[in-house]
Design a protein around this ligand. Sequence first.
Ligand code: RFL
Ligand code: PHB
Length: 391
Amino acid sequence: MRTQVAIIGGGPSGLLLAQLLHLAGIRSVVLERRSRDYVLGRIRAGVLEQGLVDLLRRAGVGERMEREGQVHAGINIAFRGELHRVDLAGLTGGKTVMVYGQTEVTRDLYAARDALGGTILHEVEDVEPHGLETDRLFVTWRQGDRHCRLDCDFVAGCDGFHGVSRSRVPKDVLETFEKIYPFGWMGVLARTPPVEHELIYTHHERGFALCSMRSATLSRYYVQCPATDAPGDWSDATFWDELRSRLPTDVAARLVTGPSIEKSVAPLRSFVAEPMRHGRLLLAGDAAHIVPPTGAKGLNLAASDIHYLSQALIDFYRTGSEAGLLAYSDTALRRVWKAERFSWWMTGLLHRLPESSPFEARVQEAELDYVLSSKAAMTALAENYVGLPYG
Ligand code: RFL
Ligand code: PHB
């Protein structure tokens, strides 16, 4: 088999890249380790920046999001028993975010690829890129007993944090930066009406909590937990009690609980791998960087990578110029690092930090007090939350 761009990973990064390339007349094949049902069973992000919303529209997959997604013009921060609204739109000249689940984005992208006859191979094993530093690239894999080979011009590594692509950049070339937080998020999805029509990020002495949603009848809640906890360690009742104890009293009183339809623990990590290009291997999304979910930036960063990368590949095939591809890593990393900074800052601002001293705990409270009382500080938060420009 031969294609132009071999895409390793059929998550949102890989699928969006395949779709944008297709619309520009560039052929690709997506190689995904898991089944489609498995990929669609992962409950992850819920908040889309305007940049991603525009990109999905451009990719021709915005229709259901337009219909079913919710536009949010603000978020709430709960602190010292009270809700404080961050007027995202008012502070950013009218910018908003879209609440629409990653699962739905992925489902829409699969539907679009199917409609255009795109090739997505599922349950491929032992995917291995070869000849990355040459112009004779190919990818091999196994499907059951069959050994397969795909010749290509470029390999896009869109295979997430645990994928194979990043590890194929030589050790003396790849530099990594990492911070692991000593806590995680226990998340529950429940078929209940959300407790509030906008998200609530909660600072509490028992730990952080987040009230989010997927629709008017589907809620997503998270509570900070020890990094070592497993979903099985928490009954639904334990989860709801803990969530209630961290919310302002009037909000807790309104919380509608129900059986969890999904429960999982997300570890919190900040991670960046540089560079994002090696020869003709191009990394994008979680394959190159991870943010803690506090700023809702992971999926949105994957989208900006794909914006830059698709543009660079389209330029290459239209004009033969490699300038965009050569600049890709630097361009993407500039935005990545700003989102890394914001996610790290939001995490430090809102969580109970087990390693901090009583002095540092008071400084944290003072900072939150300041952010919530200063228009300048609140504007900085809002500007980052709605998403910095793609530039
Ligand atoms: P993905 O989604 O991990 O997809 C990578 C795909 O590659 C496949 N794969 C391979 N395929 C072939 N061969 C191999 N060797 C392979 N190894 C892996 C995998 O099966 C998978 O299908 O990465 P992508 O596409 O870059 O997308 C990134 C986003 O998924 C991620 O940034 C966000 O979900 C992060 N994230 C959140 N981001 C937000 O913007 N807002 C949120 O609210 C938010 N919540 C979350 C999150 C991530 C979570 N994780 C990782 C557990 C909540 C959770 C719980
Ligand atoms: C979610 O709805 O899953 C969600 C929303 C905002 C975040 C993280 C996760 O910051």
